[in-house]
Ligand binder design. Structure first.
Ligand SMILES: [Zn+2]
Length: 422
């Protein structure tokens, strides 16, 4: 089974090369070159389109097991495929929690059964996400877990986090920190500021995120161990991590598309599609997040794809659940708000969406090289489209980008050498 992609621009983290053909033979990238004349079972004319090494999302909520009315591994991996992702890391706040080997195996096996995208389980830091007793990290890793996180909740007890960082380091897995000081959140539901005041909603101080990140950095520094901070959203967080990196602390971090494209003004009208944790911030935070992406302070873009049922969002703002879906719009938001605005290059976008998320999790990233398994995402960088509930593949329809025009569309997806979408 051969596939020939004709006349592409190929983007990698190191280069952009126009006018290339890619021949895929038995799932492997056999040849990359100009005017390949090999015969193939499937020939796709990709003139005007751009090929990336397929993306990897290091922060997805698959909701499976336990919350499959929101999403399940079939619909979630299908949404990932439509977003150009070959693989995702699934957060452990499922029911049962991913704190034991049977759940890790269930997730991997179920994803393999459907074959839309691979799922790498993130195991819990603490049993039951209760913040008390550490999980059996070595054993979980041996069965396929790639990281540990209590995402959705912080590990509030500093001594528990200290032990978790040291144990995870021994186990060879990163700790993915949902950094939040709950006492500082103090019942807030959106970013503290003028918009919250106008709406009469209780605000969340940036310090709730930044104080927790400062703690993670100090612990990582004290013991010389790595730490990964997920979904950073504030200017202060960027500055803390930038300074820590300068000092040689082994800290990495990611942000999400909504933090470089939206502000807390999206909450106007009490729009619960703009409610997430951490909350959307203000324009100066957005600018600082983009600077962090440009200068390498922020290592990766992650979606924090968080499906919720209509009934969980169509309630008063105070009571709506936190989170939005993101797998199907991540590339387009990056293309629209980072590349088309001239803020970052295509190579940088490839690095942030394809390479560094894998490197942080010790997973081999997709590579556009002869001899490698073909994991290729072909995009039209000029196609404009509008996300709607109707064109959403995810089971949940909670996106703040509905009705917004985005530029950049995933057109062809080849995963594990198989043409999945075209
Ligand atoms: Zn989180």
């Amino acid at each position: 089974m051969n596939i020939l992609l004709k006349n592409l621009t190929i983007v990698t983290k190191d280069s952009v090369t126009e006018g290339q053909d890619i021949l895929i033979t038995d799932g492997i990238i056999a040849k990359i070159g100009i005017n390949l004349t090999d015969s193939a079972d499937t020939v796709l004319d990709c003139t005007g389109k751009t090929a990336f090494p397929s993306f990897f999302d290091m922060h997805t909520h698959m909701r499976d097991p336990g919350f499959t009315y929101k999403e399940d591994i079939e619909t979630g991996t299908k949404a990932a495929m439509h977003g150009g992702f070959w693989g995702v890391a699934a957060m452990p706040n499922t029911n049962p929690v991913t704190d034991n080997v049977p759940v890790v195996e269930y997730i991997i096996n179920k994803a393999n059964k459907f074959g839309y995208a691979k799922v790498f389980p993130v195991a819990a830091i603490t049993k039951g996400l209760e913040g008390k007793e550490l999980t059996e990290m070595m054993e979980l890793k041996a069965h396929g877990a790639v990281a540990v996180s209590d995402d959705g909740k912080p590990v509030s007890d500093s001594n528990t986090m200290r032990q978790a960082l040291r144990y995870a380091d021994m186990a060879g897995m990163p700790v993915v920190c949902h950094s939040e000081d709950l006492s500082l959140v103090n019942g807030g539901v959106m970013n503290e500021g003028a918009t919250a005041d106008r709406l009469g909603l209780r605000g969340i101080t940036r310090a709730a995120e930044e104080a927790a990140i400062a703690r993670e950095i100090i612990l990582a520094k004290s013991y010389g161990v790595p730490v990964h901070i997920t979904h950073i959203s504030t200017k202060g967080s960027v500055e803390l991590i930038r300074n820590a990196k300068k000092e040689g602390v082994k800290v990495t971090c990611d942000t999400c598309p909504h933090y470089f494209s939206l502000t807390d003004e999206a909450c106007e009208g009490y729009d619960t599609h703009a409610k997430m944790n951490p909350p959307l911030r203000e324009a100066f935070d957005v600018a600082a997040i983009i600077e962090g992406l440009q200068d390498g302070t922020i290592d990766a873009i992650a979606t924090d794809h968080a499906p919720h049922h209509f009934d969980e969002k169509k309630v008063e703002f105070d009571h709506a659940l936190n989170g939005i879906i993101g797998l199907e719009t991540s590339f387009a938001v990056g293309c629209t708000y980072l590349y088309k605005t001239g803020k970052i290059t295509l190579s940088k976008l490839a690095e942030l969406m394809a390479d560094t998320p894998c490197n942080i999790l010790n997973i081999e990233p997709a590579e556009m090289k002869e001899g490698k398994v073909a994991n290729i995402t072909v995009c039209d960088l000029n196609e404009t489209w509008m996300p709607t509930p109707e064109n959403t593949v995810s089971k949940s329809k909670n996106s703040p980008y509905y009705g917004k025009e985005l530029t950049g569309k995933v057109k062809v997806v080849i995963t594990d050498g198989i043409l999945k979408l075209h």
